[in-house]
Design a protein around this ligand. Structure first.
Ligand code: NAD
Length: 517
């Protein structure tokens, strides 16, 4: 039973007052996460942050959350929800309730309580609005939204009858897409055991394997028509695309009817391209079912198919109007295929999330197997990094190119193997190769060694048998070439990726040797 209640909301929304009243009515304990940390450590959150830094406080907070009694009413402290592992634990504790109130009301309430709030200085209204925008994806994921501009007793009475939630949304963001023809915004939902919206006018393009492994998931989408396609790189081709487009036309799919892609990265890339092309563009909904697609492939709006000699060479920018990523669907993936997803997560950590790197080192191996909390947290961290980069550079004019880290050689290896080598395994090798070049160019000491150690720990092969001449030939088909010069992304440190176009033949040979057998 998960019959606890977790109150979330901005400062001044009444979490503590309402939480205490509610606990009293239900005869349950009341826990304020900041007070809990203080009781356990003997120090206030501010003192821990001042003396040992925020990561130390967050670690103490994570431990404290793990000790909350079942059934308790919980009020969450400031940045608690920013950490996906906390949300995972709290949302499993029971129903999450967002006490929502306009920033103007909260400012007037806070002005009267006299407490110091450094996060909201010097302009409390602007500070609250900034916090509201930052935390919106976590608040929107709550099971219930309550208007907090009412007397606490009324709200406590209302919440006393709250039922246990049926699904666990953990992240629910409205992200900007800036597409001139496609959607201006997209909803991105991450969680576990999600209730997917059913749409009886949609066209479902599904990975054939899922029709066998997860028939209830397929049925829950309630599509008007459904086509099953074989997944995998060899199916991500023009001939499959043509078959799907002919099927859409033959079944009279309309321009205002969405296409839903249910499957891994290959099915989502292909279904998304079908959506971009059919009737000159129809709404696309992505339901990624592999770890790789949830952490990366289904999120950025790049869709496409492969040509024999050039990976992803035919495609479009066609963002989904909604993405629903449920980590529970990954349970039926084999361990080897799950590992592919971790390669993109390692890439994301290198690009800009040292916490994700630490999580991968500490719990990546366990996440591959049974540690679903870590699997979720890794997915969300990688996804948030990608969403932020894509929002600032939707059409890959600059910053977004960083997301191709490890992909230049990775794609060449995929082409060289005639698409036998899985994408994730190829990206892991590609990351090693560029880390080698970066290391010779003065990257952070030990970065290449740390990457190797992490990849070994996660079970990746550090070397692979391939024909270097064929791989070099495949590099000529890379989309990132500009005016005949290959552009390279090099990891110089965690959170420090640079783009260069002067990698020499000798450096490239060295990089290929590093990953060859
Ligand atoms: N568009 C982008 O921005 C982007 C980014 C990264 C990768 N990609 C692409 O993603 C592709 C790789 O994605 P992938 O690894 O998901 O490949 P995939 O779609 O081939 O799936 C891998 C395997 O998992 C199976 N599968 C799918 N869901 C399953 C489930 N829930 N349980 C059991 N088996 C399941 C599939 O049938 C397949 O055999 C590559 O083509 C890559 O280029 C695209």
């Amino acid at each position: 039973m998960a019959d606890g209640i977790v109150l979330v909301g901005l400062p001044g929304s009444g979490k503590s007052v309402i939480g205490r009243l509610l606990a009293e009515r239900l005869g349950r304990p009341f826990v304020d996460t900041d007070e809990l940390v203080q009781r356990r450590t003997g120090r206030s959150p501010a003192a821990i942050i001042d003396e040992d830094g925020e990561p130390a406080f967050r670690a103490a907070e994570r431990l404290a959350i793990g000790t909350i009694e079942p059934g308790a009413v919980v009020a969450t402290g400031g940045g608690t929800l920013n950490e996906p592992l906390n949300r995972w634990d709290l949302w499993r504790h029971g129903a999450a309730v967002w006490l929502d109130a306009p920033a103007e009301l909260l400012v007037s309430r806070l002005a009267n309580d006299g407490a110091r709030r450094p996060l909201l200085e010097p302009d409390p209204l602007a500070g609250l609005r900034r916090l509201a925008a930052e935390r919106a994806p976590f608040y929107r994921a709550a099971d219930r939204v309550v208007d907090a501009d009412r007397p606490p007793t009324v709200i406590a009475d209302e919440l006393a009858g709250l039922a246990e939630p049926r699904e666990r949304r953990l992240f629910d963001a409205q992200v900007e897409r800036h597409h001139p023809l496609g959607p201006t915004h997209a909803r991105v939902v991450l969680g576990v055991e999600l209730e997917l919206p059913s749409d009886d006018r949609s066209s479902l393009i599904v990975d054939a394997r899922l029709t066998r492994l997860q028939p209830r998931l397929v049925a829950s989408l309630g599509a008007a028509r459904c086509i099953a396609i074989a997944a995998g790189e060899r199916a991500k081709r023009m001939r499959t695309l043509e078959r799907v487009l002919e099927w859409l036309a033959a079944s009279r799919a309309q321009r205002d009817e969405a296409i839903v892609g249910l499957g891994g990265g290959t099915v989502n890339d292909l279904a998304g391209l079908a959506a971009a092309l059919y009737a000159r563009g129809v709404p696309y909904v992505a339901v990624p079912t592999t770890w790789l697609a949830q952490a990366d492939a289904a999120l950025g709006g790049k869709v496409g198919v492969d040509l024999v000699g050039a990976k992803n060479a035919v495609g479009a920018f066609w963002p989904a109007t909604a993405v629903f990523a449920d980590v529970a669907t990954v349970r039926t993936q084999s361990l080897r295929r799950r590992r592919d997803g971790l390669a993109e997560a390692v890439k994301a950590a290198l690009i800009g999330d040292s916490e994700l790197w630490r999580l991968l080192e500490e719990r990546g191996r366990a996440a591959l197997r049974r540690d679903e909390a870590a699997r979720y947290a890794i997915t969300e961290r990688a996804a948030r990094l990608k969403l932020a980069i894509v929002a600032s550079d939707p059409f890959e004019q600059g910053e977004r190119r960083q997301l191709n880290l490890g992909h230049t050689i990775g794609h060449a290896l995929e082409v060289e193997s005639r698409y036998q080598l899985p994408h994730g395994a190829a990206v892991a090798l590609g990351l090693r190769a560029v880390a080698g070049i970066a290391s010779e160019r003065g990257a952070e000491p030990q970065l290449a060694e740390r990457l190797d150690a992490l990849l070994v720990d996660l079970g990746f092969d550090l070397r692979h048998a391939f024909d270097p001449a064929a791989a070099r030939e495949a590099l000529l088909g890379d989309k990132k070439r500009l005016r005949g010069r290959q552009r390279w992304l090099l990891p110089m440190g965690i959170g420090q990726v640079v783009e260069v176009d002067d990698v020499t033949d000798a450096e490239l040979n060295g990089a290929l040797e590093r990953i060859g057998t």
